[in-house]
Design a protein around this ligand. Structure first.
Ligand SMILES: [Zn+2]
Length: 339
């Protein structure tokens, strides 16, 4: 039997779950602002998994993933502890914004400090009160406004535990992504806590496919870590790891007619769409500069020269990557949303 789990001065007995509201800061009105946290503390000891979403306050898919995972986890059968934080950036969430009120990106404020800016304080609070109690992290994100991402895992694959988490998630594509200064990943990895980042869908939406894939992926990682009983379902095929990725940018200003969708395989030289003026038939083509798989895309048809249109993952084994995406979509039985 596990000893009680303590978080921010509150205890949760083994085999119990508890919802907490952790005092974070105050609004301009001096009303308290709290971060909702649910702890599910299993009867038997095991990993302490932090599942967090909305570090960018307008990224909503992860919030739904957290809630659906919580509904499926029974503390009587859980080994270890699940610490679920559906909305890390409560300030941004209230305003439907990616950012904090001072327009800082919370995911560039880690590890933060006790006496710094609002972002530094929020980051410091999150690290000291929550991250420091956890042994593994899954951080849930979406694309930005008007940009959608094919479900994908980003992680530093040098660490064998991180790699195992990334592979067991079951997303079709994994990006071996370098760590950005100030991100939650940077501080977690500096503390030796393996972290994977799930990117899927678009900001300010509930996207069915990314949510379903996210719930399945988190539960798979929990099974792989021994927190849940192994499934009798057939194991997922290993994901395909991208060599690198690149953005295709608009070469003209105008209205974009994009012909490719998330998950599509493109070949160097393909015409991916056109950019035209509001009047007149004159169009210029958007030509693929490389071969790869579309893993991110603009969902809004207005572009200025230089705007990113498509994010393309590059592979050594592109046929396998294409099959991995097809298999993934078939298993979920939900088509990716048209762009
Ligand atoms: Zn994000």
């Amino acid at each position: 039997m596990s000893p009680p789990f303590e978080l921010a001065g509150q205890q949760v007995a083994a085999g119990q779950r508890r919802t907490m509201q952790l005092a974070l800061a105050q609004l301009y009105t001096q009303s308290p602002l709290t971060v909702p946290v649910e702890v599910v503390h299993g009867k038997l000891p095991g990993p302490v998994l932090l599942l967090c979403a909305a570090i960018h306050g307008d990224e909503l898919n992860g919030i739904e993933v957290v809630n659906q995972v919580l509904a499926k986890v029974n503390p009587a059968r859980l080994r270890g502890t699940l610490v679920a934080v559906p909305v890390v950036n409560v300030f941004g969430f209230i305003h439907k914004s990616r950012y904090l009120p001072d327009r800082r990106d919370l995911n560039r404020c880690f590890p933060g400090s006790e006496k710094g800016s609002l972002g530094a304080r929020v980051a410091h609070f999150f690290v000291t009160e929550i991250v420091s109690k956890c042994s593994h992290i899954i951080d849930l994100h979406t694309g930005a406004i008007h940009r959608a991402n094919l479900p994908q895992i980003r992680a530093q694959l040098d660490c064998p535990i991180t790699r195992q988490m990334a592979e067991s998630f079951g997303a079709p594509i994994v990006l071996d992504a370098s760590i950005r200064d100030g991100s939650l990943r940077s501080v977690a990895e500096a503390q030796g806590v393996p972290v994977i980042l799930y990117e899927a869908g678009e900001a300010l939406r509930f996207d069915p496919l990314p949510i379903k894939a996210g719930v399945r992926g988190v539960l798979r990682v929990m099974r792989n870590l021994g927190m849940l009983k192994a499934s009798t379902a057939r194991p997922v095929a290993g994901p395909i790891i991208a060599r690198s990725s690149t953005w295709i940018r608009a070469e003209h200003d105008g209205l974009l007619h994009l012909k490719v969708r998330l998950g599509d395989r493109i070949r160097k030289g393909d015409c991916l769409g056109t950019i035209s003026a509001p009047l007149g038939a004159e169009q210029c083509k958007v030509i693929a500069p490389r071969s790869g798989i579309v893993i991110g895309s603009l969902t809004m048809p207005l572009v200025n020269e230089g705007d990113a249109i498509c994010h393309i993952a590059l592979f050594d084994e592109i046929k396998q990557a294409e099959l991995s995406v097809e298999r993934f979509v078939d298993e979920l039985d939900i088509q990716p949303a048209p762009l």
